[in-house]
Design a protein around this ligand. Structure first.
Ligand SMILES: [Zn+2]
Length: 104
C-alpha cells in the first residue's frame, strides 16, 4: 500500500493492475472486487452493528433530534419487519421510555 501525490491511499487492482483508491471496492477499470477477507469481515461487522439494537440506540442518541431519529429507525425496522424486528422495536420503545423517564 502506498500514498499517491494527494495523500489518498492507493491500491493496485489485483486483477488488472489499475491503480485505484483504497475506498473503491470495485476496480473502476475492470470491475473486479478487491476486498480482502478482512475487509469483508469488517464491513459485515459494521453492518451487523448498524442493524443491531446497540447500533440503533447509538444512532438515536447521537442524532441532534432524538425523536426524529427514533421514528426514522422505527420506519427502517417496519420496512424489514421480522419477529426479531418486532422485538427490537419493543426494546427501543422500552429504552426511549426509560430515557424519557430519567430526564423528567
Ligand atoms: Zn481491475
Amino acid at each position: 500500500m502506498k500514498n499517491n501525490l494527494w495523500g489518498v491511499r492507493m491500491k493496485v487492482c489485483q486483477f488488472c493492475g489499475f491503480e485505484r483508491k483504497d475506498s473503491d471496492k470495485k476496480c473502476p477499470s475492470c470491475g473486479g472486487l478487491n476486498s480482502t477477507i478482512a475487509e469483508l469481515i469488517a464491513e459485515e461487522e459494521a453492518n451487523i452493528e448498524k442493524y443491531s439494537f446497540k447500533g440503533r440506540c447509538k444512532r438515536i442518541l447521537n442524532a441532534e433530534n432524538s425523536k426524529d431519529a427514533f421514528f426514522h429507525e422505527v420506519e427502517l425496522i417496519k420496512s424489514g419487519l421480522t419477529n426479531k424486528g418486532v422485538f427490537t422495536i419493543f426494546l427501543i420503545v422500552a429504552f426511549v421510555f426509560a430515557l424519557v423517564i430519567s430526564v423528567l
